[in-house]
Design a protein around this ligand. Structure first.
Ligand code: NAD
Ligand code: ZN
Length: 358
């Protein structure tokens, strides 16, 4: 049994970003000194929310390119840039964006105080000392990065996609403003939103269980049903509900099942982004998750989201072999769903058939 660390405090509600200045200036826990804003590059063009960031001459704003999911090299580069620009450490990091930007903010915060390279901390409990004080501002709901204890990074030199799993990766504070997710394109909103549905339903269908994780997961799924099966997923009330579901999914952070390992294969081998990769992975998994598969299909139909098809037919034998290799390494979630002899069930031939059916 291990003690669970949660985010210490959060502000939630439409317009919450407008309270950031008050948080930074009056919260007694706030360290004094420069604030670094790491912001998704979408806001370099759609700048309205930037007006709410209380920037002073000593502070810095860095846009994070999220064309590709975060890499260890990108974290090293951003941290080195800040060190030389500031001539020291910032007092606070504010990460504002989707899962990719929130993960960058956590990783840069850890790296700045721990030194070395980002790849040194990929794994479990390798981060030695607390990172720079960090505040998360999600602008896209679903990954749960705002409350989870990891930040997922790809090391392109070794091909390893692994997080800095550590209590030090948990945000100190959150500003949860559902107004910020109004500009997300519909398909992206669906793909990322479903991430929390998959995290939670995989957990609830798994063998390792925990009563608190189950309770969070059940509530998050109920909220996803309200968002995706009733009315417009992106109206004001739904944006608020999905932000809560994402928060709960991240706080639950249970062990996953079959969707996430297959999804990881698609991301590592083909570069498909996490949210879409999950949806593609769920496609051929009806035999393992019949009720959830039907529900997921109904959610896409209700929101008019059409998922791409025909990927499997284009895969070469070499790609299939790589997909098998990068999926089967995820022993913890695969055995969580299938038991210890998961390799006898998910044979290379079976896995090839699943990928071919996407
Ligand atoms: P993302 O952060 O990659 O963003 C996807 C796209 O949405 C980007 O083009 C971005 O510019 C755009 N975007 C973000 N906010 C927007 C807004 N308000 N309006 C318009 N466009 C906006 O997507 P994501 O699905 O949130 O995050 C995926 C990443 O999260 C992956 O790298 C994945 O590995 C990671 N992840 C982390 C955890 C965790 O616990 N740390 C869990 C799951 C996934
Ligand atoms: Zn996920």
């Amino acid at each position: 049994m291990k003690a669970i660390r949660n985010v210490a405090s959060y502000l939630f509600g439409a317009g919450a970003l407008g309270r950031l200045e008050e948080v930074l200036r009056t919260d007694p826990r706030m360290p004094a000194g420069p604030v670094v804003y790491l912001v998704d590059h979408f806001f370099a063009v759609h700048t309205a929310p930037l007006d709410k960031l209380p920037r002073r001459p000593m502070d810095r704003l860095v846009f994070i390119d999220t064309t590709h999911e975060p890499s260890t090299g990108q974290v090293d580069q951003v941290a080195a840039g800040l060190r030389s620009d500031l001539g020291g450490l910032p007092a606070v990091i504010v990460g504002m964006g989707g899962g990719a930007t929130l993960d960058m903010a956590k990783a840069v915060s850890n790296l700045l105080t721990n030194g070395g390279q980002a790849s040194d901390y990929q794994g479990w409990d390798l981060v030695k000392v607390p990172g720079v004080y960090k505040i998360g501002v999600p602008t896209l709901s679903g990954t749960g990065s705002e409350t989870s204890r990891t930040c997922v990074l790809t090391n392109y030199e070794t091909g390893v996609k692994l997080g800095m799993n550590s209590d030090h990766s948990v945000f100190d504070q959150l500003i949860l403003d559902p107004e910020l997710t109004a500009t997300v394109p519909r398909e992206q909103y669906f793909h990322t939103g479903l991430d929390t549905y998959f995290h939670c339903m995989e957990t609830l269908n798994g063998r390792t269980r925990n009563g608190i994780v189950d309770a969070y997961s059940e509530k998050a799924i109920e909220l996803c049903r309200q968002v995706f099966l009733q009315g417009d997923m992106q109206d004001r009330a739904s944006r608020e509900k999905l932000m809560i579901a994402s928060l709960m999914g991240g706080a639950a952070a249970g062990n996953t099942g079959l969707v996430h390992p297959l999804s990881a294969g698609l991301s590592v081998v083909l570069g498909v982004h996490h949210g879409l990769a999950n949806c593609l992975a769920m496609g051929p998994l009806a035999e393992y998750y019949p009720a959830e598969h039907a529900e997921f299909t109904a959610m896409a139909r209700a929101q008019g989201v059409v998922l791409p098809t025909g990927l499997g037919a284009k895969l070469s034998e070499e790609q299939i072999a790589k997909l098998y290799a990068s999926c089967i390494v995820h022993e913890k979630p695969l055995s969580n769903h299938l038991g210890d002899d998961f390799k006898a069930i998910l044979t290379p031939a079976k896995m090839a058939a699943l990928f071919r059916a996407m």
